[in-house]
Design a protein around this ligand. Structure first.
Ligand code: ATP
Length: 421
């Protein structure tokens, strides 16, 4: 049986008239690295404060090691928090900052010395014992804050955007250090970030939060490759969300009709019927663009690609090419006015702004999303988890097609844009 360390059960919390947490549930295993990922204001910090005891929920319970601690004071829970702003005592040096909680607990002097030295070793700050916080860099201050938390041997370490104040390079370095530290100590980490790359790199499981609910809980692979909703597909990586109507259903495939063309997707066990409206998510790296030099090849008849000429793929015009963080993003405006983004490594692409392109992808590189809205009005996370079968694919980054094509690969940084078509 799994060793469950924390159970969050049906937690609800309002501030005044605003319901901030709307019934969240989660069981966390001992030694797991769990990340709460979500946009500003979705309730991440409130969740952490309820776990630590700094906030009391209106409904629901928190169980730590099987014991209900919902009403217990923070100091009665073996849980420590690391904050983004370090919260060090400015008038105490590094050593006394780290030793502070042990002194309060009246731990014996020699033991304090030993545990402080061990904590300093773990965060690689040996030699900094007598420095004051004002004499430390941001990264060093955060290391002291982490040492101060782990010196208590907590069951769970809560980390509220601990790297948020650091520059990108230091942040990356600290991500690796923190992950190694967590493995070494075997402590359960519950980590808050709104940075999807950080969540993917560090977590055993990611909880994607939206408006006080857990939208999806899963491994980095599950939330990235098998998003259950269009929100998750957009928030974790860059996904294009396309809606269409099922035109035909064959044994292996389904043909979906969209204003800018017809596409084929792999058939799944989902209870679909001809004429059903479906929403599909395709990663930008899986989008293949083929330039159409020959104007004769694509005939646009009443806003729809002629089936006789080119049965599959969407038609569009390259609107923008943008290079950032090692990736070239190519925005294509489809003939129905909607935009789709393809990405590829490097800055080179033979496609130019204004080129007419055929947009396609392999039938298996898509995910059917938002099925829960279709079959039930309830977006409760437990229903979300059961509605879609995970057989839907692994998105292959290796998409090649045609001669003058754009091969797209690997991850991208999302434009977080909930609700955008
Ligand atoms: N003590 C409080 N009183 C009133 N409203 C609060 C209080 N604490 C949080 N809120 C509100 O609850 C909502 C969720 O806040 P919370 O800090 O949990 O979000 P978050 O996801 O951690 O956001 P961020 O990423 O910006 O830190 C916000 O709208 C916030 O304004």
């Amino acid at each position: 049986m799994k060793d469950i360390i924390l159970e969050i059960e049906h937690i609800e919390k309002s501030f005044g008239d605003t319901q901030v947490l709307k019934g969240i549930n989660l069981s966390i295993e001992k030694g797991e690295f769990i990340t709460l990922l979500g946009a500003s204001g979705c309730g991440k910090t409130t969740t952490l404060r309820i776990i630590s005891g700094l906030e009391t929920p209106d409904k629901g319970s928190i169980k730590l090691n099987g014991i209900d601690v919902t009403k217990d004071e923070p100091n009665k829970r073996n849980v420590n928090t690391v904050f983004q702003n370090y919260a060090l005592f400015p008038h105490m040096n590094v050593e006394t900052n780290i030793a502070y909680s042990l002194k309060l607990k009246k731990v014996e002097k020699n033991q304090i010395k030993q545990r402080v030295a061990e904590a300093l070793q773990l965060v690689q700050l040996i030699g900094f014992e007598k420095r004051m916080p004002s004499e430390l860099s941001g990264g060093q201050k955060q290391r002291v804050a982490i040492a101060r938390a782990i010196v208590n041997n907590p069951d769970i370490l809560l980390l509220d955007e601990p790297l948020g104040a650091l520059d990108l390079q230091l942040r990356r370095q600290m991500q690796i250090e923190l992950k190694n530290l967590q493995k070494e100590l075997g402590i359960t980490f519950i980590y808050i970030t709104h940075d999807q790359e950080e969540a993917i790199n560090m977590s055993d499981r990611i909880v994607v939060m939206k408006d006080g609910r857990f939208e999806q809980v899963g491994t980095p692979h599950e939330v990235y490759d098998l998003p259950k909703t269009s929100y998750v597909a957009r928030f974790v990586g860059t996904a294009n969300i396309i809606r269409g109507q099922i035109e035909t259903m064959e044994k292996e495939t389904i043909t979906v009709h969209m204003k800018s063309g017809n596409v084929q997707v792999k058939r799944t066990d989902s209870p679909l019927q001809i004429h059903d409206e479906v929403t599909i998510a395709i990663r930008s790296e899986n989008i293949n663009l083929i330039e159409e030099n020959d104007g004769e090849k694509i005939q646009i008849v009443e806003g729809k690609v002629s089936k006789d000429e080119e049965p599959l793929g969407l038609t569009g015009i390259v609107k923008e090419k943008n290079f950032a963080a090692g990736l070239l993003r190519i925005n294509v405006e489809l003939i129905d006015g909607k935009e789709i983004t393809a990405s590829r490594h490097g800055i080179d692409s033979t496609l130019e702004v204004g080129d007419r392109v055929r947009v396609s992808w392999k039938p298996e590189t898509y995910v059917l999303v938002d099925m829960v809205d279709k079959y039930t009005k309830n977006s409760n996370s437990s229903i979300l988890q059961n509605t879609l079968e995970p057989s839907l694919i692994s998105m292959s980054p290796d998409v090649t097609d045609g001669t003058k094509s754009t091969k797209c690969s690997l991850t991208d940084i999302p434009a977080i844009d909930d609700g955008k078509e």
